[in-house]
Each structure stands twice: as C-alpha cells, then as structure tokens.
Design a protein. Structure first.
Length: 413
C-alpha cells in the first residue's frame, strides 16, 4: 500500500466512527489550547515584570535610615533625630570617596494637596537632588529641569508627574503656571514623561518634585528634622559588576561616619535592587514552568485517550486485520494504517487546539487582567507536540495490530 492508499483507508475508518474520533481528539484539543494560553500568560507576566523591574535599575542601591523601627513603627518610641540618621553629608561622602558610584542623591518625601484654579490633586511630593532624575530614569517632557541655583536657593519651582499634570491642566503642559502645594505657591518648571504603573502597581506618575532644600523648608511642616537630614539615599554604579563591592564600601563608610562600633547594629539599611530583580525573575520563571507543566499534563492525558481508543479499535477490527493480511497486506502495511489513524486524530485535534489556543490568548489579552505574550515559537512547539503525541501514543496499538496472526484473526467472531 502506498501513502495515498493508507491515508484514504485511515480517513474512511475514522469517518465510520466520527463521533468517537471527535471525542478522542478532544483531549488533544484541550491540551494544545491549554499549552498555548498558559505559556503565553506566563511569558506575558514575565515580560511585564521585567519591564517594571527594569525601571528600578539593576545597578542601584537604596539606603534607608534607622534599623526598621521608626516613629510609630513599634518598639521603643524614637525621636525624629534618632530615626533620620542619614544626611546630605553622607551623600557627598559617598560621591567623593567611592569612585565606583556614578550617581547619588538624597530624597525627602511627603504628601500634599496640589491646587490650580478649581482643580486639585492629592499627591505625593519628593524633594530631590540633581542626580535623582538619572537614577530613576525620569525624562523631561516639556520645560527645563531644575538649575544649580534652584537647589542652592530653595527655589519655589516644581516638576509635575503626568498624572498630576493631567488632573490640574488637562491637555495643557502647565509649564510657567503657578500652582499651590499646600499653602505655598510654586511655579511649574517642567513636566515629566509618563512611566505608568510601578512594580507594585502604584502610579509612578502621581508625583511632584521640588528641590531638596525647598521640600525641607517649605513642605516638611512641623516634622522637626535634624539639619540636612534625608529620608533615603539612592545611588547607581557605572558597571553592574561593581555593585557588590560598592555596597560593601557604602556600608563601611556609613558605619565610620555614624561612629558605629564593631558588633553594634547599623542605624541604616541597604537594599540591593539587583537581588530583588533576580529573586522576582526566578519566581516568575518557576511559575511559567509550572503553568507549562500543567498544560503538558493535559496533552499527555489526551495522548493516553488516543492510545486507549486505538487499542479498542484494534480489538473491534481483528477480523478486518486478518482479512487484509490474508489478501496480501504485510505487517508493516497494517502498522502504517493504524499509525496513520492515530496521527490523523492527533493532527486534526492539534490544528483545532492551536486555533482555539491562539484565539483564547488574544481574548485573555483583550478582555482579561492578565498580560499575554503570544509567542509563535510556542505555537510551533504545540504543533510539534501534537505530531509527537499521535506518533508516540499510536505506535503501540499499531504494532499490536501488525503482530496479529492472520489465521487466528480470521477465526474471531
């Protein structure tokens, strides 16, 4: 029998039991569709997290004051002076004494009501130093960034995040306009390009920025901070390979400046962003593999269904097999026929499963809350799985059929 005859015979046999063939292929359809949808969701989630975490910077350190027990944070109640242990002197020392550091900036922050005419926005403010914009990858949309005189002179200038700009000015930039932060008038010096949601879902664009000295003198209110205090120091290194070394140098420098004795607890904490990124990537990668494994199990179950039905088919058609062998068909012809039937079930189911999987992934992306990255390599892999499923699970029934004795097969009723 040539290939055309084998396919014609296989199609004829499957059409004779089309309902059973359709139900058998259902397992492959569900398995292939599940592989495509779940792996696409997993890869989409990974890509989204990569984008969000990249905004934090893999070459960055964040230094926070205190040992984790601030005012109102539990334990013994501390004064502001004992909690805000970092200051602008620490920033300058890091800049001057650790050459591996590329950018470093101190930050103050708080919440404020921004008002323009009848519009107002409850937002957060950050008092920043010049390197802050490079560290956090902020770029100016319109206007000019703060000048050196603005930082040294406590200028009442403000840079607006995109969310605040849209709330106060709609489609206008607002550059040059005067707004109020609390009760203090500020001139809008510039607006920032939007960043979108952060790694924890927060709106990064819901922020306004002022010079550090301005924030301390105009917006801190009755906080009573020590002179020159900052709430956080952020820095980046030029080469990611230097990050670990720079972290050790920063910790040693701050312990020296703060006169912390050996064995005593640090009055600051250092957070390595690259470690957070690596841990998050490892977790999401594991979740992607888990989703793929669950979907693959569905495909294996579908393959077992094909094997089961093909074994039943062999049992039902023993006399037919014996008759074919009696008129000249060899074991290889019988084996190829039953293997072709299993392959057809798997291929048809695979094609339908791919179509459903692609449409399902697009619908999840369009209407669902989960991010989806439809990778055509995954679709091609799913197609290969469908072929492999028919070949693997169809071989044993086909081999069993080819090993039947023609005489014994013809005796079956």
């Amino acid at each position: 029998m040539n290939l055309t005859d084998i396919l014609r015979t296989a199609i004829f046999s499957l059409r004779g039991n089309w309902m059973r063939s359709a139900l058998t292929s259902l397992g492959v359809i569900i398995g292939i569709a599940a592989v495509i949808v779940m792996v696409s969701v997993g890869q989409g989630t990974q890509a989204q997290i990569d984008r969000q975490m990249s905004g934090l910077g893999s070459q960055r350190l964040d230094i926070s004051p205190g040992s984790g027990r601030g005012p109102g944070g539990g334990g013994a109640r501390q004064s502001a002076a004992s909690f805000f242990t970092l200051n602008e002197g620490d920033v300058e020392a890091i800049r001057e004494e650790i050459p591996e550091v590329q950018y470093v900036a101190g930050v103050l922050r708080g919440s404020v009501q921004a008002v323009f005419a009848e519009n107002n926005a409850s937002t957060s403010w950050q008092g920043v130093q010049p390197d802050f914009f490079d560290i956090n990858s902020w770029t100016i949309a319109e206007g000019q960034v703060f000048e050196a005189a603005d930082y040294s002179g406590s200028a009442k200038k403000v840079i607006l995040g995109d969310t605040v700009r849209r709330t106060l000015f709609g489609e206008d930039s607002g550059v040059g306009q005067t707004i109020r932060l609390g009760r203090v008038p500020f001139v809008v010096a510039a607006t920032l390009r939007p960043k979108g949601p952060g790694s924890f879902g927060q709106d990064q664009d819901d922020v306004v920025m002022v010079p550090l000295a301005t924030g301390r003198s105009r917006l801190m209110g009755m906080m009573g901070l020590p002179p020159g205090a900052v709430m956080q120091i952020s820095l980046t290194v030029a080469d990611v390979k230097d990050l670990g070394y720079a972290q050790g140098e920063v910790e040693a420098l701050l312990r020296q400046r703060h006169r912390i004795k050996p064995g005593d607890e640090d009055d600051f904490s250092v957070r390595n962003i690259s470690q957070i990124v690596a841990a998050r990537n490892e977790t999401t990668s594991l979740m992607s593999w888990l989703l793929g494994a669950v979907a693959t199990i569905s495909l294996i179950v579908g393959g077992i269904g094909i094997m089961n039905i093909m074994l039943v088919s062999v049992t039902e058609r023993i006399r037919e097999i014996g008759l074919r062998m009696a008129v000249g068909a060899g074991p290889s012809d019988v084996r190829r026929q039953f293997l072709a039937e299993a392959m057809l079930i798997s291929l048809v189911g695979g094609a339908i499963g791919i179509a459903i999987g692609v449409v399902g992934a697009l619908l999840v992306s369009r209407f669902g809350a989960l991010p989806v990255a439809l990778n055509w390599k995954v679709v091609a892999l799913a197609a290969g799985f469908s072929v492999a499923t028919g070949l693997f699970f169809g071989y044993y029934p086909a081999r069993k059929a080819s090993q039947l004795d023609p005489i014994e097969a013809l005796r079956q009723q």
